[in-house]
Ligand binder design. Structure first.
Ligand SMILES: Nc1nc2c(c(=O)[nH]1)N[C@@H](CN(C=O)c1ccc(C(=O)N[C@@H](CCC(=O)O)C(=O)O)cc1)CN2
Length: 288
């Protein structure tokens, strides 16, 4: 559990000696105590990643905005970096997208209602009307945006307007069965998560469970990943696998897979909400 007043610093930069000392010294100097510090140095990319949970220790020098300004002028200048300081208790604004499959949506909304996923759901958007009753039961806005190949651009324009109007920070594709355009993927880079119903890179594309059955696999899985223009190729955040055997038909694999999809997506959303995921090329660094 985070302290009553807590902040999360995220840093990505070129690997150089003195970075950890610079960060920890800066926070200590300005009256903050470090509760957690996770770091990773990727020797292949020569990139450094860090996540620091910290709190005021007595009367700190700054408020949050002044702290950000001081960090920008201090450590972030000495070590050019991508960084952010988040209020650890601020709830991220999340827009969920669905089609007709309801298991991932149902699971996310349950975890939201019970407080497990500390987020503000801004809206549930679907290209079908089917799931409106479930969403209304949760007291959340449901926006039906039908789509056809001829209306795809118009539908995505409405979707983007909604994302901006609701100030949504994260978009979750909870078995949304439409391919997002390259432009929308770019606009949502690093803040759109999809659940694919296979243990990627196996069985990309359509009907993975049927193809897994034909292949006679002994494990099936689900993969939560960031959305990119390359279908099902985005940086992987979380994966869950489940043992299966020769007695299971495709429809049985679909049923077994639903639990894996729910768990992989919920874990990935939580990791993102807590600023634990860093994109590292086509991979991720995840501070669990
Ligand atoms: N640009 C991206 N868009 C989407 C991704 C992605 O990684 N990049 N993930 C998919 C989810 N998905 C598999 O997990 C997937 C969904 C839908 C399709 C597809 O071919 N859909 C058809 C329409 C199908 C229908 O109307 O029922 C289409 O878009 O023409 C492929 C993969 C979500 N989007």
């Amino acid at each position: 559990m985070n302290p009553a007043e807590a902040y999360v610093l995220t840093v990505t930069c070129k690997s150089e000696r003195g970075q950890v000392a610079e960060i920890s010294g800066f926070l200590a100097q300005h009256g903050y105590y470090i509760n957690e510090l996770a770091q990773f140095d990727d020797e292949d990319s020569n990139r450094f990643f860090a996540r620091c949970l910290f709190r005021p220790d007595g009367a700190p020098t700054f408020g949050l905005e002044a702290l950000r300004e001081a960090f920008a002028a201090g450590p972030a200048t000495r070590f050019p970096m991508e960084w952010a300081i988040h209020d650890a208790h601020r709830r991220m604004r999340v827009l969920i997208m669905v089609s007709k499959f309801d298991h991932c949506l149902n699971d996310l909304l349950y975890r939201h209602r019970t407080g497990e996923l500390r987020m503000d759901v801004t809206a549930v958007v679907s290209n079908h009307p089917d799931l409106e009753p479930l969403v209304r039961w949760h007291g959340l806005p449901y926006v039906h945006l039908p789509i056809t190949p001829a209306t795809k651009a118009e539908q995505e324009a409405k979707l983007w307007a909604l994302i901006e109007e609701t100030r949504s920070e994260l978009v979750v594709l909870a078995r949304y069965m439409q391919v997002l355009s390259d432009e929308l993927c770019e606009r949502l880079r690093g803040r759109a998560i999809n659940i694919h119903h296979s243990f990627l890179p196996g069985f990309k594309g359509a009907k993975p469970y049927h193809r897994a059955y034909e292949r006679g696999v002994k494990l099936i899985g689900a993969t939560a990943h960031y959305v990119t223009a390359d279908l099902d190729e985005g940086p992987i955040i979380e994966q869950v696998v489940e043992r299966v055997d020769h007695t299971l038909k495709p429809e049985d694999l679909v049923a077994v897979g639903r639990d894996s999809e729910n768990l992989a997506l919920a874990r990935a959303v939580r990791l993102h909400l807590e600023h634990r995921v860093f994109i590292n090329g086509n991979r991720t660094v995840v501070f669990r």
